[in-house]
Design a protein around this ligand. Sequence first.
Ligand code: FMN
Length: 226
Amino acid sequence: MSSIMGLYPAPFVAAMKARGIAWFATVTTAAEARAAERAGADAVVAQGAEAGGHRGSFEPGDAERAAVGLFALVPALADAVSVPVVATGGIADARGVAAALTLGASAVQIGTGFLRCPEAGIHPAWADALALAAPEDTLVTRAFSGRAGRSLANGYARAAAAPDAPAPAPYPVQRALTAPMRGAAQQAGDVQRMQAWAGQSARLAAAEPAGEVVRRCWDGARALLG
Ligand SMILES: Cc1cc2nc3c(=O)[nH]c(=O)nc-3n(C[C@H](O)[C@H](O)[C@H](O)COP(=O)(O)O)c2cc1C
């Protein structure tokens, strides 16, 4: 079972342990990793600021304040905790897997790198835009849900970042407020108004079955690591 944006309460963790369920806790800082280990996490998922989708910060305010990149986060966590570290954020090919393992990760987690796989079933307009996105073509915004997440810097996200734009409502109110727009965008195939989550390595996402992506990442990483 995995967690994000905080830790499970002690009685819930005890119930998981009693059932033999392993707990993978998403963390974004060394302090969060230490807290997760103290709370009983079996592994920590180190989410770098490059990651697509919602930031996993425990406190909403830390999502932008403590935006640590994966290259700094993984070695820091490998030194800070004794449970395995799973690296995630911006990894989408064999080079990223090999780098993460070299930095001290025991495994990697890939999100955006699977979005163009047929199994993901996302809108073709979103999938096509991912293939064209440079690392600087994403941004972290609260405008879709009220909590910070990394998306394509599309028309809506850029307009919401303008100095005179209204502040987003808190999570999950903002999510409800944007639902009609997001629904209409899906209908129209308009990626400029979609909640088009994307990590900074979106360009590396391949339009091929997920199993092929995994095989290529792992075979390539093994070759790189010798
Ligand atoms: C479309 C999308 C949806 C996601 N949904 C979740 C989620 O429900 N729970 C979660 O823990 N992480 C979620 N994530 C975050 C991933 O677990 C992971 O941290 C992130 O994708 C890693 O960065 P990458 O996208 O650069 O690979 C999501 C990511 C994306 C792109």
